[in-house]
Design a binder for this molecule. Structure first.
Ligand code: C2E
Ligand code: CA
Ligand code: CA
Length: 357
């Protein structure tokens, strides 16, 4: 609008034809309708539009013209083809990466297995001991043996990096066998009992009764076992028979990670276990508003009622010590007292404790 006058610009309609056809032949159609007259068609004459994906109209008031742009099947198929190609390439890349990943994972597993085998023959698995303290007397009543893998290059590998594989592959059986022998050699220097971590496989394989039949020294009565609740027992009868056979020869069986796994109260009853290790997860709730705090209290109440020996795991603070003592749980294990130590440092720890007392 220029004041009361209008400026009208006419564009040669062939521009539409060319532009629309150049973009994609058979894809676009432009309808130009003026004052109710039948519309002029530009672009593709007879548009196939079963899959029409665009239809846009615009009314230009000053010219009284309606422009309608439509897209037809050719555009649809062109796009579908383009997306198809992109997806196909993406699928190829994903499959390629998956193969590489699987191959790496598999060879890492195989080589971890070989490294563990070598580690056994070189005696690289060494027992660390974490003392368990009676908080009333401050005395060491026992210790848990926690394995460490000291590689030939001096690197100390933590259990979470190889125990899951050792358990899945069955290598945990010969490793535990070696550890039992080493614990047996250390026993004379250890105070109280020493517990060894086992999984259902140990019971199902009869490894423990075999070991005890070969080692009849009365000192082995100080060896205890911690059966984790995190993994289920599949052959219950076999496990039960093994516990019955070994129980008179050892200190006791303890249910480890109590409250976190499969067995719970029914394991204790059916397996005849009367010692539990309360998992760190529950000890961590002391002094917090975590709802699991109520579970801790319930576990402790259950322990007292059923006359269970209770050991609190992962005790890190004075507040936790006080809380547990007030609830009648006196056997504590955790960084508050000591982290797991090699034998030599454990002996130092015994000395320190006896000096403090
Ligand atoms: P677990 O049996 O629950 O052992 C307790 C773990 O908690 C140990 O970790 C110990 O170092 C850690 N811990 C103890 N007190 C504290 C604390 O106050 N704070 C914190 N943050 N952690 C604490 P570790 O030695 O790394 O062992 C990890 C797991 O590996 C063990 O868990 C056990 O399931 C497994 N494991 C260790 N040695 C053996 C073994 O000889 N045989 C089998 N089958 N499993 C083993
Ligand atoms: Ca344990
Ligand atoms: Ca535990």
């Amino acid at each position: 609008h220029l004041g009361e006058q209008k400026l009208v610009v006419l564009t040669n309609s062939s521009v539409y034809n060319e532009t629309l056809s150049n973009l994609c032949h058979g894809c676009y159609q432009l309808l130009i309708s003026y004052q109710g007259l039948s519309p002029m068609v530009r672009g593709t004459e007879n548009l196939d539009e079963n899959h029409s994906i665009i239809k846009k109209s615009r009314y230009i008031k000053t010219l009284d013209v309606t422009l309608t742009l439509k897209a037809g099947d050719d555009l649809y198929w062109q796009e579908a083809y383009r997306i198809g190609v992109v997806l196909f390439i993406a699928a190829l890349i994903a499959a390629f990466l998956a193969v590489i990943f699987y191959w790496n994972w598999q060879s890492a597993r195989v080589s971890l297995g070989m490294l563990l085998q070598k580690g056994m023959s070189r005696k690289e698995f060494i027992p660390y001991y974490q003392p368990i303290i009676d908080c009333r007397s401050g005395e060491v009543v026992g210790q848990e043996m926690l394995v460490r893998w000291r590689r030939f290059d001096g690197v100390l590998v933590q259990p979470n990096q190889f125990i899951p594989y050792a358990e899945d592959s069955g290598l945990i059986l010969p490793i535990t066998d070696l550890l039992l022998d080493q614990v047996y050699r250390d026993l004379a220097q250890l105070k109280g009992w020493v517990s060894i971590n086992i999984v259902a496989q140990h019971l199902e394989s009869g490894l423990l009764s075999q070991w005890f039949s070969l080692n009849r020294d009365p000192m082995v009565k100080r060896i205890a076992f911690e059966l984790t609740e995190r993994k289920p027992i599949t052959q219950f009868e076999l496990a039960l028979a093994e516990i019955k056979a070994v129980l008179p020869l050892c200190h006791d069986f303890k249910l480890d990670d109590f409250g976190t796994g499969f067995g719970g109260f029914s394991y204790l009853q059916r397996l005849g276990i009367n010692s539990i290790k309360i998992d760190k997860m529950f000890i961590d709730t002391i002094g917090t508003k975590d709802l699991k705090g109520a579970v801790l209290d319930a576990i402790i109440a259950f322990g007292h009622e059923s006359n269970m020996e209770m050991i609190a795991e992962g005790v890190e603070t004075q507040e936790q010590v006080d809380y547990l003592a007030a609830k009648g749980v006196y056997q504590h294990q955790g960084y508050f007292y000591s982290k797991p130590l090699p034998l030599k440092e454990l002996l130092h720890f015994y000395l320190q404790v006896s000096h403090v007392r």
